[in-house]
Structure formats: structure tokens, C-alpha cells
Ligand binder design. Structure first.
Ligand code: NAD
Ligand code: DAU
Length: 351
């Protein structure tokens, strides 16, 4: 594969920043272009440690802006694309589905068209890698796992938009021979995650002694993966995955929300020196998320057997590292939770 100029979209976000860091440090021979429009979820502070590296370049651009995207592809001749830029929060998608259609579907199409536009007559050594989610498969009951052949059955506007973008990537492969890979991953956690998602939101609320809003009865199950392990998997799929293939990535690590929240409270109390486990007292059951998927769990045996990937840290270790990071980076937390975050929070959690 020709990897001279690698475009990573959404590199200022949570997962993207870990992928950018891994690639910039591990592959000094590649030029890494981080394209991001810096929405509320994008933050260049996430990349402070590598921003001066010679092989790192930041491009501020919106994937919805077809003209700018075409121009950038012509200018930089990206050999491969790792596409992470997206609207990523299910609750926001319930309030504003159109924003998800624009970025996740139209934005992905703009990238596919621009990539096809510069390489149409010679895709040799090129690659378009779409980072997707296990939510495209819908929900599981009490048993079973999502495999790569589980039929798509998305239930939220977010997952419907990601499913649609997966279909377009695949369709460009079939129709135009565009060389692609897709991976569908379970819930990530770790440092730099925006505190609208369960784990960082609850860490922030425990620090500030605010209620921990558990949706419904808390008996919803997610399969949690440490973000660094997702970045390692993306590195492997990018370099060794087969064109036209899909890889499921998961943590082999299912937790009911309420059990996870209790573990988080316990670890936070130990670290904060809270006597008598006071954080659990903050747990508050609130109105359920509409269309709330009961359970996600990934069968990651394909990526394990074909590419030799497996998670490197246990959940207890990963969670402990994550909490330590948020406790030592409260300035980051304060920065991202000022301003517009407060308005979002009030709207989302008003009873
Ligand atoms: P995030 O919300 O933290 O970051 C998204 C990034 O994309 C931000 O930097 C944002 O500024 C950028 N972005 C958004 N709209 C853009 C636009 N129109 N143009 C350019 N940039 C734009 O998301 P994340 O959690 O890091 O997720 C990254 C990708 O991984 C997404 O595609 C998501 O669907 C997928 N994914 C996430 C998880 C998870 O648990 N977080 C799990 C599986 C898959
Ligand atoms: O499965 C992969 C997906 O995981 C990714 O594709 C998404 O981008 C990512 O946001 C995540 O989606 P979830 O909806 O599972 O994550 P979230 O952190 O929003 O919620 C996790 C669980 O916790 C879910 O069952 C809803 C519940 N929850 C969440 C919040 C924010 C609560 O009970 N209270 C809350 O305040």
C-alpha cells in the first residue's frame, strides 16, 4: 500500500486524537493530515504533545463543504483516508437528526467522491478506511453477539446515519472498485472523551458532587473497550485488513450500566479518599433514552484470528487510568464544560 499522505478525519476528537498520535509517532515516514472542523467535540488541546512533529499537519475543514474537500484532495493527493469525523452522540441525534445526516452521510459521500475523483484511474495501493460502530446492528436480547454478518438494524438517528454511510462505502467498493475497509467497534472509554458520554460525564459529576443520571432502570448492557486498544486495532486493520472486508472490534467486556456506575463510584471514592463510599449516593434514575438499545456485545474473533488483535488492558486497569487522567486534567474538563456545554446539559437532563 502507498501510504505517503494519510488523511485522518476527526483527528481532534476522542478516538481520532489517539489514532493521530499513534500514527505520527509510529510512522515518521508518513505525512499525517488531521482534517477536522473543530465542532464542540473537537479540541486541538488533545494533540498538544505532537503538534510540532514534522510529519503532522492540521487542516481545518468541514467534510460537509464539498468544494473545500475536493480542493484539499487535489492539493495533498491523499493516498489513504482513515475516516472518523462524525457526529457521535446518540442523545444529540435524537434532538437533531439532520445534523447527523449532513455530517455522517453527506460528509462521508463528499470524502468518497473526492477520493474517487483523484484516484479513479489508478486505485492501486490506495485505501479508504471507514470507522464505524456496532450500533448499526441494532440491539441484542439477553444473549448472542454481533458478528460481521449480523444484519443491519439501526434504531437511533445516529446509528441509522452510520449504517447509511457504511452502505455508501461498500457501494462505492462494488460500483467503482474503490478499495475500502470498514470496522465496527463497541463503546470506547479513556482519556480525552467529551463529558457527554457515560463514563466521562459521570466522572465529572462525581468530581462536582452532581447527580449521576442513570437512564431507565440501568439494566442496559454495553461492551467497553479502552480507546488505546481501539487505536491499535485501527492501525492493524489499516495496514493488514483485506480490501472489501469488515472487522468487528470489541472489548470482550460486557457491563450493565448500573454495575459499571457502581465500579466507577468505588474507584472514584478510593482515589478521592471519600469516606463510606459517598459517590453511590449521587446515583439518580432518570427518564429513559427513547429507543434505548438493550444490549451491545461484539464477537471480535475475526480480527483476533485474522490479524492477531486483542485488548491489552483489563477494564479495571483502563478505568483506573481513565479516572487518573481526568483527575489530573481538570483544566481540560473545565474548559470543555464551560459555555455551550451548560446549555446542552440543562436541556438534556431537565426532568
Ligand atoms: P467525537 O465526537 O469525540 O469526535 C468527532 C470529531 O469529528 C471531532 O473532532 C469533530 O470536531 C469532528 N467533526 C464532526 N463533524 C465534522 C465535520 N462536519 N467536518 C469535520 N470534522 C468534523 O467522536 P469519537 O467518539 O471520537 O468517534 C469517532 C468515530 O468513531 C465516529 O465516526 C464514531 O461514529 C466512531 N465510533 C465511536 C465509538 C465511541 O464509543 N466513541 C465507538 C465506535 C465507533
Ligand atoms: O457502541 C458504540 C457507540 O457507543 C458509539 O458508536 C457512539 O459514538 C458512542 O457514543 C457510544 O454510544 P452509547 O449510546 O452506547 O454511549 P453513551 O455513553 O451515550 O451511553 C452508554 C450507556 O449509558 C447507554 O446505555 C446510555 C446510558 N447513559 C448515558 C448517559 C450519557 C445513561 O444511563 N446516562 C447518561 O447520562
Amino acid at each position: 500500500m502507498n501510504k505517503n499522505n494519510v488523511l485522518i478525519t476527526g483527528g481532534a476528537g476522542f478516538i481520532g486524537s489517539h489514532v493521530v498520535r499513534l500514527f505520527v509517532n509510529k510512522y515518521p515516514e508518513y505525512q499525517i493530515y488531521n482534517l477536522d472542523s473543530l465542532t464542540y467535540a473537537g479540541n486541538l488541546e488533545n494533540l498538544k504533545d505532537i503538534e510540532e512533529e514534522e510529519n503532522y499537519h492540521f487542516l481545518k475543514a468541514d467534510i460537509n463543504d464539498e468544494e473545500s474537500i475536493n480542493k484539499l484532495f487535489k492539493q495533498y493527493q491523499f493516498d489513504s483516508v482513515i475516516h472518523l469525523a462524525a457526529e457521535s452522540h446518540v442523545d444529540r441525534s435524537i434532538k437533531d437528526p439532520l445534523a447527523f445526516v449532513k455530517t455522517n452521510i453527506i460528509g462521508t459521500l463528499n470524502l468518497l467522491n473526492a477520493f474517487k475523483g483523484i484516484w479513479e484511474h489508478d486505485f492501486d495501493g490506495k485505501r479508504f478506511y471507514h470507522i464505524s460502530t456496532d450500533e448499526v446492528y441494532g440491539t441484542l436480547g439477553e444473549s448472542g453477539l454481533f458478528t460481521e454478518i449480523t444484519p443491519y438494524s439501526p434504531n437511533s438517528p445516529y446509528s441509522a446515519s452510520k449504517a447509511s454511510s457504511d452502505h455508501f462505502v461498500r457501494a462505492y467498493g462494488e460500483t467503482y472498485d474503490l478499495p475500502y475497509v470498514i470496522s465496527n467497534c463497541s463503546n470506547n472509554y479513556g482519556q480525552n472523551q467529551f463529558p457527554e458520554k457515560l463514563i466521562p460525564l459521570f466522572i465529572n459529576n462525581i468530581i462536582n458532587k452532581k447527580p449521576l443520571p442513570v437512564y431507565g432502570d440501568g439494566n442496559y448492557t454495553r461492551d467497553w473497550l479502552y480507546v488505546i486498544d481501539h487505536a491499535r486495532a485501527i492501525d492493524l486493520v489499516f495496514h493488514e485488513g483485506e480490501n472489501g472486508e469488515t472487522y468487528n472490534i470489541g472489548g470482550f467486556n460486557e457491563w450493565k450500566n448500573i454495575d459499571l456506575v457502581r465500579l466507577l463510584c468505588k474507584q472514584m471514592d478510593e482515589k478521592l479518599g471519600n469516606a463510606n463510599g459517598t459517590s453511590e449516593e449521587l446515583i439518580t434514575y432518570v427518564k429513559d433514552r427513547p429507543g434505548h438499545d438493550l444490549r451491545y456485545a461484539i464477537d471480535a474473533s475475526k480480527i483476533n484470528e485474522k490479524l492477531g488483535w486483542e485488548p491489552s488492558v483489563t477494564f479495571e486497569e483502563g478505568l483506573s487510568k481513565t479516572i487518573d487522567w481526568y483527575l489530573s486534567n481538570q483544566e481540560w474538563l473545565n474548559h470543555v464544560t464551560s459555555g455551550a456545554y451548560q446549555t446542552y446539559y440543562e436541556k438534556q437532563y431537565q426532568s
